[in-house]
Design a protein around this ligand. Sequence first.
Ligand code: GLN
Length: 490
Amino acid sequence: MALTKKTLHEISDLLNKKEVTVQEVTQSVIDQIDAVENKTQAYLKLETEQALETARTLDETLKSRDRKNVLEGIPYGLKDNMCTKGILTTCASKMLYNFIPPYDAHVYERLMVDGGILLGKTNMDEFAMGSSTENSAYQVTKNPWDLSKVPGGSSGGSAVAVAADMAYFSLGSDTGGSIRQPASFCGVVGLKPTYGLVSRYGLVAFASSLDQIGPFTKDVEDCALVLNAIAGHDKKDSTSLNIDKKDYTVGLKDGVKGMKIGVAKAFFGQGLLPEVRQKLEEAIALYKEMGAEIVDVSFEYLDYALSAYYMISSAEASSNLARYDGIRYGFRAEEFDGLVDLYRKTRSQGFGSEVKRRIMLGTYALSSGYYDAYYKKAMQVRTLIKTDFDEVFKNCDVLLTPTSPTTAFGIGEKTSNPLEMYLSDIYTVPVNIAGIPGISIPCGLDQQGLPIGMQLLGSVLSEEKLLQAAWAFENESGYKNMKAPLGEEA
Ligand code: GLN
């Protein structure tokens, strides 16, 4: 098997046994990028020269000592909304077309300490607003399972980098589904950790009370390994949870015997593609066979989650994005007449239409006279949804749902209808509203050969249980490290 097709933990084993060098590993991924990136356009900026240089130095060092941990020498990709000192960080926006951060995001720093090798920054929807990566100001990333389909979004580039073997893992951010939905569309594993488990320091803010960073990987074991590296308290993020570090590989392979897996009607309603429903039913049957207990659970307020999400996230975005005014950094309109005109022209020309739509919606929802009717109402709904989940997790350990109602849709299919695009997030946004963790893992292919994703949810800080349930399914079902046709061909 080609090196690029292997998982992170397989490559790590080979490196430990000194059967391959870091340079060989890095070069093989770069060769794969050279072969397929012109078709997929997953990366906005490649750092391959630097990656090879780091690999060379590391190989020298490893002549005299053992690898210090599992990520050392492993090439990866980073979503372009995470700050990398000295490396362009654009958020796929014209507004930040020239922004070179003077500091590193906490997660990037963590990965550097562990010795991971950055390959480049991946494409995304502008400022992480979108579900298809079509809102990037620079390029449209294609799904490696079918180049006429979207990869999902907003972390589409990070999902494709892993799905097409152009990275052993990558990081994305998830505000309403931006890790899980693209993971599901691209047939890889994607985890949104509990809010506060991974530091947001250096992540360009979209909606601060919902944003969370997490990994894309080829299998569940890799997901646990990357989470080990990035989770943990950081005093530079005031919402970072101050809890002891855990090893997420402990208990990973313990199986699901006796585990209570919840299924709720609310997640299997209208709009769910029959093929997705069928695969989910097969997954439920398999869990039963493996000894899990399937329990029916119900929600009262889930129907309001999507509206509440778009209200809250847009309100926070309108506040967070107020800083882009053309004064200190980033894009500035060339011609203007006075300060107010500078602001107006810079923001009109620098932001794309989806970002402007959210800013307008959010500003409206927060304005005096409408605050109570919209923002406050949405926050009350948020509390009700949290309570709903609390009740549900009294009766089950893990909740099983589809990740998205459909498989990957066509490029251009939903761009003219924002509401239809928003509906793609219907099963993922409640999770961010409640602040709980969620993982998406592959559970089969549809008739067109496109991946279907299954979502597993748990209460706050139940990542270990989620990973354990996910690992059991992945190994029993065989839907593991699946290869996109493009990957095969290359
Ligand atoms: N698709 C959702 C949105 O457009 C979620 C985005 C995200 O998670 N960053 O808001």
